[in-house]
Design a protein around this ligand. Structure first.
Ligand code: UDP
Length: 379
């Protein structure tokens, strides 16, 4: 039996790591969870839901507003946890500052690092600092687990040894399918918060559009454009209902709420601006929506596992696979572009059906067991 230390701090990391945590536990391995505290509000209900601790947690002071200050605090926290746990391997996921700090901590302590969801690249400065974080983790890790061939090719191009790279799919698909299976038999109303439940009951006959936008690059003017485009769609399509779980950042919320101020009451009745959803509620709504408008990476992947078309609110994506497979379109944040592309989906059944791709390019729900096989064999 080996000792694993899984380090994470944000919502997507917890969701994507949960599948590996579950498999390793089932196999009787010792796995500790270290929560770095990067996300607080949404983290603990996820840990509860996935029954994964955390065993250790960092109380970030949050008084230091700089990225360097955050990284220094994270590194110090990781360092202490490694000393306590003395793991055989450190698991990190994706590209957050928590993942970078944990990989660096592992390197300093000579503990091998396994990088899950390795190899995603835009080749640009954005997303900042995530693009550099994932590149740096690539230099530090012993095992690289890219989800797709494209991600694997990115790592090979950067000169990483082929034997350290294992293309396994994305564990987000394991989590989405697992949650979908757990919740599909439960009655939907029980899973949804009251406001969303009432809204769904009042708009039973409508087609549902699920909107999320959280990326820093979309804060300010772009988010107002997105909201204006959603308002236009509500005016144009009387059978459309929109659920939009708002990002917790107060200025993002204010921008969105202001953009909808002049929306006429008949349209306002078909718009539900709500708090961030619990993961089972998010997956339930995603599985029921007509399509989704999002800048989230995780939601693009989950939507493809549930055969929901995606319009991506970004200029570029590190998840080109879904665009290439025909399940998503990059529409940016221009009002006309969003309205035109959404209208095609709403008006043209053939185009809509073609975007419901049958095979998910990100994985088959078995990524975590592949990772566990490789690690347990090689350790
Ligand atoms: N998510 C959630 N509730 C919400 C919005 C998102 O549970 O209200 C989940 C979503 O299903 C996905 C993850 O959070 O698994 C994505 O996180 P986010 O969009 O913050 O980050 P990204 O995937 O872009 O890194």
């Amino acid at each position: 039996m080996k000792t694993y230390l899984a380090c994470m701090g944000t919502r997507p990391e917890i969701i994507k790591m949960s599948a590996i945590h579950r498999i390793l536990k089932e196999r009787g391995e010792k796995i500790y969870v270290f929560h770095t505290g990067q996300h607080e509000e949404v983290a603990y209900s996820l840990y509860d839901f996935f029954n994964m601790g955390p065993d250790f947690q960092l109380q970030l002071t949050r008084e230091i507003p700089t990225l360097s200050g955050l990284t220094a605090e994270l590194l110090e926290g990781v360092d202490k946890t490694i000393e306590k746990v003395k793991p055989d391997v450190i698991l990190v996921q994706g590209d957050t500052s928590s993942a970078l700090a944990a990989a660096l901590g592992g390197y300093y302590h000579n503990v091998p690092v396994a990088h899950i969801e390795a190899g995603l690249r835009t080749g640009q400065r954005d997303p900042f600092p995530e693009e550099k974080n994932r590149e740096l983790i690539g230099r530090l890790a012993r095992w690289h687990f890219p989800p797709t061939q494209q991600a694997k090719d990115n790592l090979l191009r950067e000169g990483l040894p082929e034997k350290s790279i294992h293309q396994v799919g994305n564990t987000v698909i394991d989590s989405a399918l697992w949650v979908h299976k757990q919740t599909v038999d439960q009655s939907t109303p029980k899973l949804l918060p009251d406001d969303v439940r009432h809204f769904m009951e009042g708009n039973r006959a409508s087609r549902l559009l699920l909107v999320t936008a959280h990326r820093r690059e979309n804060w300010g003017a772009p988010i107002k454009l997105i909201a204006t485009a959603v308002g236009t769609l509500l005016k144009l399509y009387k059978d459309l209902a929109v659920v939009w779980p708002l990002h917790p950042n107060p200025s993002v919320r204010k921008d969105i709420q202001e953009a909808f101020k002049s929306l006429d009451p008949a349209c306002r009745d078909r718009l539900c601006l709500t708090e961030p959803l619990e993961y089972p509620a998010l997956i339930t709504l995603l599985s029921k929506c007509f399509f989704t408008l999002t800048d989230s990476g995780g939601i693009q992947e989950e939507a493809s596992a549930l055969s929901r078309p995606v319009l991506i609110l970004r200029e570029e994506t590190e998840r080109q696979e879904l665009v290439k497979a025909g399940g998503a379109l990059l529409v940016g944040t221009d009002i006309r572009s969003i309205v035109e592309h959404a209208s095609v989906l709403l008006n043209h059944e053939r185009t809509y059906k073609a975007m419901q791709i049958p095979v998910c390019p990100f994985g088959d729900g078995k990524s975590a067991s592949r990772i566990a096989d490789i690690l347990t064999n090689q350790l």
